[in-house]
Design a protein around this ligand. Structure first.
Ligand code: FNR
Length: 422
């Protein structure tokens, strides 16, 4: 943080605003209406998006003076890895709406800071391509559990082979939430081939698509083929027009056997609304990587996750994008922590915007936080540097907040640092 202030004194021009409100305002005007609707939007009337923020505001830090420590130690250990700060980069799908080479930029920025990047299953570059830009920097892979079990295995194997250090299974999105901003525009990114690069680069997925294409061809040969051809041509046209805006996706899509079949197949199999805890438990035998579950808000679910072998939890309501009216993530944290016991890694996301928020989340029981929308706004404004600077600003503010609150290390942040108003 000292460096950031010094750079300011020396006339450094920041790539992104230092406060979230201005960051969001500027990003809103830099993004297309469609990208903005998708990224900023929440479920329903936005009650949970607001609740996430309100929860942070109900807690206040009571700073303590003169701890007699000139330096802070922000580092933590998570799943056996030492991290420079208690921050992770949350998985965000379809970020190609915002920047042509989104996931590569995000990966490079995360690597520069040494903060783990949780690659989305709905990414816009294959995990192998992202890995190539990240070198040995830490990364995890977020899985949506497909209805096709061999595809689950294939994604797990690729994640391990490309250097992911953990799997994060997202439980809260077995179906997409009710998202009026997207629905009103009538176009979801995935239905147009944006955010399916982990699939189109997957050998098992390609096999499924080829089989479907062959089926369709056989049906068409048996009559009624003309309609099929019309549908395919129409879909190809819309894919190509989308892809003119997003050449990264064009490459991705054209690599797959047929774009339309790939998109259709993706929509049919990307997640499994019937997934059970028992199925989740099979992960233990299917990968050597530790797995965490994301989207836990109830203490009983925390206990079940531990029972089936989870190595950690992500307390999250998906940034308020799934269940409108769902409990604020921060409000769910203390009871989840109590159920998980003191030692299980617990990460919190949804609504974290500042270094001060990070202190509050840790005080209430998190080991670390994951950041979502803020870094996408950085991506919109400054590409790779924008992502890096948004994350670096949060780390810098965390450092200052700790120092000015009398805390010398992350492990010293506890509930006694907070006062809560109802
Ligand atoms: C997400 N999130 C998400 N989560 C996940 O597990 N897989 C995914 O592909 C996505 N995609 C996604 C896209 C967009 C545009 C957003 C905003 C969010 C949820 C994400 O990981 C995280 O839980 C929230 O973003 C955290 O909330 P904040 O920080 O955005 O308020």
């Amino acid at each position: 943080q000292g460096l950031i202030y010094r750079a300011g004194v020396l006339g450094h021009r920041p790539s992104v605003p230092a406060d979230f409100a201005e960051l969001e305002r500027r990003a809103a005007s830099a993004m297309s209406p469609r990208a903005w609707a998708y990224v900023a939007g929440g479920a329903g009337e936005g009650a949970t998006v607001r609740a996430n923020r309100a929860a942070f505001e109900r807690h206040q830090i009571v700073p303590r003076m003169l701890p007699g420590q000139a330096e802070r130690n922000l580092s933590i250990e998570l799943l056996g890895r030492r991290l420079p700060a208690p921050l992770l980069v949350a998985p965000i799908g379809a970020a190609g709406l915002v920047h042509r080479t989104s996931d590569l930029e995000i990966g490079a920025a995360a690597a520069e800071l040494g903060l783990p990047y949780i690659l989305s299953n709905q990414g816009c570059s294959s995990m192998e391509d992202v890995a190539a830009t990240m070198g040995s920097a830490p990364r995890w892979f977020q899985l949506y559990w497909s209805t096709d079990e061999p595809l689950v295995d294939s994604l797990l194997a690729r994640a391990a082979a490309s250097g992911a250090e953990a799997i994060v299974v997202t439980l809260d999105t077995t179906m997409l939430g009710w998202r009026p901003q997207d629905l009103n525009l009538g176009s979801l990114p995935f239905s147009q081939g944006i955010g399916i690069a982990q699939y189109t680069s997957d050998p098992r997925f390609q096999e499924i698509v080829r089989a479907r294409v062959a089926d369709k061809a056989a049906q068409a040969a048996g009559g009624g083929g003309k309609d099929d051809v019309k549908v395919t041509v129409g879909a190809l046209r819309s894919l190509l027009s989308i892809s003119r805006e997003h050449p990264g996706d064009l490459r991705t899509n054209l690599r797959s056997p047929t774009p339309r079949a790939a998109v259709e197949t993706f929509l049919d199999i990307y997640s499994n609304p019937g997934l059970t805890w028992e199925q989740l438990g099979t992960l233990r035998d299917r990968t050597d990587l530790p797995f965490l579950v994301k989207g836990v808000l109830h203490p009983d679910d925390a206990r079940r996750a531990v029972e089936v072998g989870a190595s950690g939890l992500v307390v999250s309501n998906h940034g308020g994008r799934q269940v409108d009216g769902a409990v604020a993530s921060l409000d769910a944290l203390p009871s989840v922590r109590a159920a998980a016991g003191p030692d299980l890694p617990v990460i919190l996301d949804s609504g974290v915007r500042t270094g001060s928020d990070v202190v509050k989340a840790i005080a209430l029981g998190a080991d670390a936080v994951a950041i979502g929308r803020p870094y996408i706004y950085g991506l919109a404004l400054g590409g790779r540097d924008g992502v890096r600077d948004v994350l670096a600003n949060i780390v810098a503010e965390l450092d200052l907040t700790m120092g000015l609150s009398g805390v010398g290390a992350v492990s010293q942040i506890g509930p006694e640092l907070l006062q809560t108003t109802s």
